[in-house]
Design a protein around this ligand. Structure first.
Ligand code: EPU
Length: 353
């Protein structure tokens, strides 16, 4: 080391007219007039100091796997690429795994499983980044992110400071958190810490598709690795890989209806599947409703519902965001007409319609 400081922080670079096609898994073509690749927390501080957040409410991009761009974003796009993974053994059979918001989610699941840390194996192969995971409280096969959430750090764009949020602060719900609602646009998630188990794993194998798979494979005492492998196999068989075909996972949330509405509908449609919630309301599988309405595997122009999972809208190539949105609205209208049930998008719709 010579006496001069080497600790100069690289400044964030404001890029113009950046093509977003490769940055959203729907593979919709759109251009960001202004774009910044945020590689570290200091970049956010620098942007704040320059008055950026006073002038703009940026669009925050993670893995681009849960959004539909229906036009060119009018606000600058901040791609969050903050990396790094740190594991702390906190004793009593628990570890804390802290990941930069830009880390690939599935990469974290694989790292955890390889080290023997349990808790997120059911969430294997969910596309997207660690920072996006808490925003919609990602979930699959009986597990939700909130089940192993410890805390996150977020940058408050209104004050320029970093804040820590514990589970109780985040208002987690089914595919939901405060970062998707009232605090949308205020906070930028910088890192996520998960509490995982290094022993005495609590395996969640009750989800039908998962238990059927394990039975078929004669796996009666599964390890976390078995579960991870099973989830990967099930997802590969049902869900399209965004590398092959543009999609953003489930397009709609599974709708929830009151017990009263449920009883009436069940009377009209006796074969209606449902899950009773603790609240007494009923959750209906949107995939089933869409499938029954005749959309599964159906293509209109460049857009369609996936052949193996009706809830996934796919871009067969060259579809615009508006085309995909229009298709989604056709599906919504026909489900409303047939069952009187409202479907609401699970993906974030970005841009002016
Ligand atoms: N079904 C149909 N037709 C279809 C697909 C499914 O009738 O084309 C029926 C199935 O038979 C089943 C029900 O619908 O009875 C539910 O299907 P599935 O088990 O595939 O789950 P889902 O409710 O459609 C949810 C999540 C997925 C997650 C799976 C597994 C939502 C909106 N989606 O799908 O998450 O992987 O459970 O846990 O909650 C995502 O969020 O992007 C996502 C893929």
């Amino acid at each position: 080391m010579n006496g001069k400081s080497e600790a100069k922080t690289d400044a964030p670079v404001l890029q113009q007219d950046v093509d977003l096609t490769g940055l959203n898994t729907m593979r919709v073509s759109a251009t960001a007039q202004q774009f910044v690749d945020v590689k570290n927390k200091q970049h956010l501080v620098e942007l704040f100091k320059s008055g950026f957040f006073e002038r703009h409410t940026p669009i925050i991009l993670g893995g681009g796997s849960n959004l539909l761009l229906v036009g060119d974003p009018q606000s600058p796009v901040l791609k969050i690429s903050i990396g790094g993974v740190k594991i702390d053994d906190i004793g009593n059979g628990h570890v804390l795994m802290k990941a930069g918001a830009g880390e690939n989610w599935h990469g974290l699941v694989v790292q955890a499983v390889e080290k023997g840390y349990g808790g997120i194996e059911n969430l294997a192969l969910i596309p997207g980044t660690a920072g996006a995971a808490p925003i919609q409280n990602i979930g699959a096969y009986g597990v939700e992110l909130q089940d192993c959430f410890e805390e996150l750090t977020a940058f408050d764009t209104s004050t320029g400071t970093f804040e820590t949020f514990k589970r109780a602060d985040c208002q987690f719900a089914y595919r939901d958190s405060m970062f998707k609602n009232n605090q949308r646009g205020v906070y930028i998630i910088c890192d996520l810490t998960l509490r995982l188990r290094s022993k005495n794993h609590r395996l969640v194998t009750g989800y039908k598709a998962l238990s059927d798979y394990l039975d078929r494979e004669n796996i009666h005492q599964p390890t976390i690795r078995d579960i991870c492998n099973a989830v990967v196999a099930i997802r590969r068989s049902k869900l399209p890989d965004p590398a092959d075909i543009g999609n953003a996972g489930s397009f709609f949330k599974n709708p929830v209806i009151s017990a009263k509405r449920y009883r009436k509908l069940k009377h009209e449609v006796p074969e209606l599947p449902s899950y009773k919630l603790d609240s007494g309301d009923y959750k209906l599988p949107a995939a089933w409703l869409i499938d029954q309405a005749g959309w599964k595997g159906k293509q209109v122009g460049n857009v369609g519902s996936y052949e193996n999972q009706a809830l996934v809208l796919v871009n067969h190539g060259g579809a615009t965001g508006r085309e995909i949105y229009a298709h989604a609205m056709r599906i919504r209208d026909s489900v409303q007409e047939r069952f009187g049930v409202d479907l609401n998008p699970e993906v974030n719709i970005i841009g002016e319609l």
